[in-house]
Design a protein around this ligand. Structure first.
Ligand code: NI
Length: 191
């Protein structure tokens, strides 16, 4: 496994639509190595998720894992989930304000409206279909990662630019209020 370099905002690979993988491509050893690298790079950087274009591979693969994450200590636990060719569908029109950050947008956070309940369909890394519902902060995490596959970054969804903040100033000025709101969401929606 290799820890890969993470592309940062401005790199064209983050702004293109990534392509689907065929079942044959998914099974190929080089794709399986890419998935190993994606997971390893996500863990090394303490990401809650990472999308393949962020490691300069414009294919539709994302990894999500949350386990006492120091970047996002308030997020509910999510076991390691690798999604290939994922599709997200909102289950209602209800949204919530999610304070997001991104390994490809260093030292910036901002509020993005996300659907509160989604259904995700995809293949796992072995090509088996997966189909699950995600809610609250976890739904926000999946929507953020899937956006990367269509060349979108969280900053595109920040409608109130006064919410933009460095990580230091997030901790200083915004964190307590957001964590309070996040707790209410977690109570309401669970993990
Ligand atoms: Ni991101």
């Amino acid at each position: 496994m290799t820890i890969r370099k993470i592309a940062t905002i401005g790199h064209p690979v983050l702004r293109q639509r990534s392509r689907e993988l065929s079942p044959e491509e998914l099974a190929a050893p080089e794709t399986q190595r890419l998935i190993d690298d994606l997971v390893e790079t996500m863990r090394d950087a303490n990401g809650a998720g990472l999308a393949a274009p962020q490691i300069h591979e414009p294919v539709r693969v994302v990894a999500v894992e949350v386990d006492r994450n120091p970047r996002y200590p308030y997020k509910p636990r999510v076991p390691l989930t690798v999604l290939v060719n994922p599709v997200v569908q909102p289950l209602s029109q209800e949204t919530f304000d999610n304070y997001e950050g991104c390994l490809s947008v260093p030292n910036l956070r901002g509020v993005v409206a996300r659907f509160a309940e989604i259904r995700v369909t995809a293949l796992d890394r072995r090509g088996q279909p997966v189909d699950f519902v995600a809610k609250g902060l976890t739904a926000g995490t999946f929507q953020h990662e899937l956006d990367h596959l269509d060349g979108r970054l969280f900053v595109d969804g920040v409608t109130d630019t006064t919410t933009l903040t460095t990580w230091g100033d997030f901790d200083r000025y915004h964190r307590d209020a957001f964590v309070e709101r996040a707790k209410q969401l977690v109570d309401r929606y669970g993990a």
